[in-house]
Structure formats: C-alpha cells, structure tokens
Design a protein around this ligand. Structure first.
Ligand code: MG
Length: 565
C-alpha cells in the first residue's frame, strides 16, 4: 500500500515506509546492452509498488570506473552513461513520486575514484588547488591506528603514487583516495553535491562510510568530533533548504559509537542498526531471541523523537561480523555452514536465502521481525524472492547478481547475449532463475514473494502503530519466543516470533486496558485462547504472529470508540 499524500508530507515519513535497496546495474536492462539501467528501474515501478515498499534506495548511479561498484565516483554531477542520463533519473524520481514512492541515493563523502579529475590534477601538480584535497605523506606511516576496511585486498592505507612522488591515504581500495576534510573547500563541495541531487528530487541519502572523514594521529580515525560536526552542518543545510529530506548513516561501529550518529536529532534521522543485525542470525542459531530483546532495550531509548533505527538483514556488502565476539563468530560459523570462499572482509558474502539454507520460514521470521520493530526496515532487492549468490564472483559481486524476473535463460533481466552482461546469473539450481523468480512467485499465494507482500500490506494498514515509536518488550523467561507490544491510541498489536525449530507454547498476561477479543492480522502460524486476562499461544516452528487488541479507553478524545467486545 503506497503512502498517502499526508504520509508523504509528514517529516517522519521514513518511519512508516519500508525501504527497498536496489542496484540499478543489476535490476533491469532496458536497452539490451547487458547492464541494468535507470529506464529499466522505471519499467519495474509496478513491481515495486505491488510489493508495497514506500521508498527506493538506489545504489550509486554516478559516473564511475566501477572498481568498487560505483562507490568510486569519478563525476559527482553525472549519471554513469551506462546507467542512463540525468533526464532518466528525473523520470524515475518523478514517476516514483507520482506513485507515492520516495527515492534516496548514496552520498559518498569519504573518498573518490583515483580517475576523478580532482585527484588527477592533485597528483600531477603540487601547485594544483586540489593537492590539499587529499592526504599526502613522504613515509606512508601516519595514522597507523586507522583500521583497514578491506584487509583481504589492501596491506596498507597508504599507496605510493609515482607521479605525485608521495604516498596518498585511502581507507578503502587504493583506487579510492580519501578526501582531506581539513580543507574547507571539500566541505563546500560535498554540500554542493548533496544540493545538486536533492535539487533533482532525491528525498535523501544513505551516507556511505560516515565515520571516517577526519584523520587525527594517535586515534582510530573514526567517529572523531570533527566528523560529527561535518554531519551536523550537512543536516542543518538540508533541514533549511530541503525540509523532509533524510540522512541515513552507515556507521558499522559499537553500540555507543553507532548511537552517536543520531546526536539527539542533530545529525542523522536514520542510523543503520549494524549492532543488532548479526544478533538476528545468532538468535536463530541459539533458538533463543533474548540477545535481540536485550539490544533493543539498550538501543531504542537512544532514538531521538524525529529519528529511527534502520534495520536490515542483508545488503550489497558482506554480512559484517565486526561487532561480534570471537565466540559468537564461532557459533555463527557452526550454525550456518558456508561454502569455501564465502568469508571476506571479516564477514560473509552470502545472500539471505542461501545463508538460511533455503528455508523460507526462517527468511519470513526475520523479515517479519524487522517489519514489526519501531524504525525503518530495509529490504535488499531479490531477497523477497529468495535469490541466491555466486561465490565464484570476486568480492561482494557474489551478492549483486541480476534480478531474477522470470525462469527463462535470461531471467527477464536483459535481452543482450549473456556474454555481454557485466554480471552473470545465479547458477545454483536451488536458487537460480528457474527455481526462484518473481513471475512464478507472483502466481502462487504460498510463495515467499506473496507472503512478504502480505507482511508489507498488513504493516502499511497499521502504519499508525508500526510507524510509531511505541515498544514494550515482554519478558518470556527462557522461552524461544520473542514478544513485544506495539502500543497505539485505539489498539495495540502483540508481536510474537518463535525462534525454535519446534512448536512453542506459552502464556502472557494481557494489559487491563484492552478488550480480550484478539484479532489475528496474519494467518497460519498461531493458535491462541484467552481466559480472563491470560493469553495462551502456540506458534508453529519458526512461526510468528501479529495480534490486534482494541483499547478499552482510547486516549484520543473524539477518536473512534472501541465498542467491540
Ligand atoms: Mg542497459
């Protein structure tokens, strides 16, 4: 269900919608060159509105040599010609808005491509005005405490450039020199980049590598006070010039460092919840969701009134295990068997469905959990049909293969001969197009796609509750069931999730303020009875339920009275 006009005008629109992250390059090819493109996205907007998402996150579509799939930008004010033109982007944004869909892009501030004219000028001429836009060294030994992001590929954060006659600093690949934020022109330029794309109608940005902008000797060079100030300035500019546009932080850090990117409402409206993400999987491994409830209790109070956690299960990167202990990593690897080569960058380059053994029930359990929490859920393209991965492709390309639209040899992605495609299709028979595709799943009410859509529709129908900040965790002791209330004005919703591979039963007290006549919003997994003020439930293996209870005394004067007994 698309958001209404009033939802779109609400400054907190982002809390009521589900985001859908997609790679333009891998989504749909409109011009038979083997590369997905913006007109391809335009052609698939019906699919996206039918799915029920409310916002698209388009992975970088800017000019780039694609050494890091577009996160190495060589032209900040251009669409990469292989993906289309700026007019094509305008058409996508206009058509999306016409359907009530928001569109956000990526803002990549930490680094650029080494092919960018700024870096080319800087390396060739010490007198270039761009020389100070980068970090140079005669020894390449500074900032030694700065973590390497891609330790499997880079042995140092410094690379010697023969032409420049000096080392330059790069937190990511050596083809991505970091910008120098001690140079004020860099700030001005990045605000100009943000203005440019917001001026083309984008509704905000997912901000790549947010913690790394400033470097200071003797520190980890992440989340420094100066870096937070940069983001406060960006937020102030956007609030003043583009009210309603949002910033989403990518900060894969510890809980306190991650929470700091809300900064009480002064920096990001949304912060990707990296700390909770691996705990979703560990809870499955343990058949015990206590760790998830604990981290929710610890992190939900930090959200400012105009903010939201951004939840995700998978994305275009590896599933990061940086924030978990060695013991937890061992548990993860014991429970989720991986093919050789699936581990990379201290994480796992697998998609959701193959990681969970192709079990749609587990995929739906975690998806429904993410959708039930206060905050903004992010789906990754293809996970709604249980697409697989290709571990034989380099690095994270494993999880960036073409969308599987149908079961044909081309999967409906492109009519170009497959040898011209920049990325091949999944071949594992369990997850390849004949087994997992959108067309077949649209025709079956039992499919992962259909059931995912149902979840999104039910969530959208109750956006007043699911889009609110209310959350009351329920202590169910050592039960494998995670339970919480989502309280609303006229009714409240009880969310239950069974992490066990066996059925689970239990009982919980109902609040005095509800009528004891539950309405089950999802069908199939729950059987329940109410006696007095006790709710007894039985959930199927890996089953879940959302159950509505009308309030006895609605708090809103003039609201619809709850008269159902
Ligand atoms: Mg194309």
């Amino acid at each position: 269900m698309a958001p209404t006009e009033s939802d779109l005008r609400s400054p907190e629109w982002f809390r009521t919608v589900v985001f859908y992250e997609l790679s333009v390059r891998s989504f749909a090819d409109s011009n038979a060159d083997g590369i997905g493109d913006l007109p391809g996205v335009l052609q698939k907007l019906d699919y996206l509105t039918d799915l029920g998402v409310g916002a698209l996150w388009l992975l970088p579509f800017y000019r780039s040599p694609w050494n890091d799939d577009g996160y190495d930008i060589s032209g900040h004010y251009e669409v990469d010609p292989r993906l289309g033109t700026i007019d094509d982007l305008d058409r996508v944004v206009e058509a999306a808005h016409g359907r009530g869909l928001r569109v956000i892009g990526d803002l990549v501030t930490n680094h650029i491509s080494s092919e960018h004219p700024w870096f080319q000028s800087a390396r060739k001429d010490r007198a270039s005005p761009y020389r100070s836009w980068f970090l140079w060294s005669d020894t390449g030994t500074e900032f030694s405490r700065a973590r390497r992001i891609f330790p499997d590929y880079e042995t140092s954060n410094w690379t010697f450039d023969e032409t420049a006659g000096q080392y330059y600093f790069h937190r990511f690949f050596s083809s991505q020199p970091d910008l120098n934020y001690d140079t004020s022109e860099v700030h001005t330029e990045m605000q100009k980049v943000a203005r440019f794309w917001l001026g083309h109608g984008l509704d905000g940005f997912r901000c790549d590598a947010a913690p790394y902008l400033y470097k200071r000797e003797g520190t980890s060079c992440q989340s420094l006070p100066e870096t937070h100030q940069f983001w406060r300035d960006m937020r102030s500019m956007i609030d003043a010039e583009f009210p309603g546009a949002v910033l989403v932080s990518e900060a894969n850090q510890s809980v306190p460092e991650t929470v700091a990117y809300f900064d009480g409402g002064r920096e990001f409206q949304m912060v990707l919840h990296f700390p909770i993400m691996p705990n979703f999987y560990l809870a499955l491994a343990e058949s015990n969701p206590k760790r998830v409830l604990d981290i929710l209790k610890a992190t939900l109070p930090s959200v400012p009134p105009d903010g939201a956690w951004a939840y995700f299960l998978r994305n275009h990167d590896e599933l990061s295990l940086e924030q978990v202990s060695e013991e937890e990593k061992s548990l993860f690897f014991r429970y989720f068997p991986l093919p050789p080569g699936a581990r990379v960058h201290n994480g796992v380059r697998r998609r959701l469905a193959p990681l969970l053994g192709g079990d749609d029930g587990s995929v739906l359990l975690l998806t429904a959990l993410m959708l039930g929490l206060p905050g903004s859920p992010y789906l990754y393209y293809g996970d709604e049909i249980g697409m697989g991965d290709r571990i034989d492709l380099p690095d994270r390309d494993a999880v960036r293969t073409p969308m599987q639209w149908d079961g044909s040899p081309s999967a409906g992605f492109s009519s170009a001969p497959p040898e011209r495609w920049t990325r091949p299709l999944v071949t594992d028979p369990a997850f390849a197009p004949p087994a997992r595709n959108a067309a077949d799943q649209e025709a079956s009410t039992h499919s992962l796609l259909w059931r995912t859509r149902t979840l999104l529709r039910v969530r959208a129908s109750h956006a007043n509750v699911f889009g609110s900040t209310g959350f009351e965790g329920i202590d169910l002791g050592s039960s494998p069931v995670l339970g919480f209330w989502r309280p609303g004005e006229e009714y409240r919703i009880l969310c239950l999730y069974n992490f066990a591979t066996e059925p689970s039963e239990g009982a919980l007290p109902l609040p005095d303020a509800v009528w004891a006549s539950p309405i089950e919003l999802l069908r199939g997994d729950l059987s329940s009875t109410v006696s007095g003020h006790t709710f007894r439930y039985r959930l199927a293996p890996r089953g879940f339920s959302w159950t509505l209870f009308l309030s006895r005394r609605p708090r809103s004067a003039g609201g619809r009275s709850a008269s159902v007994r």
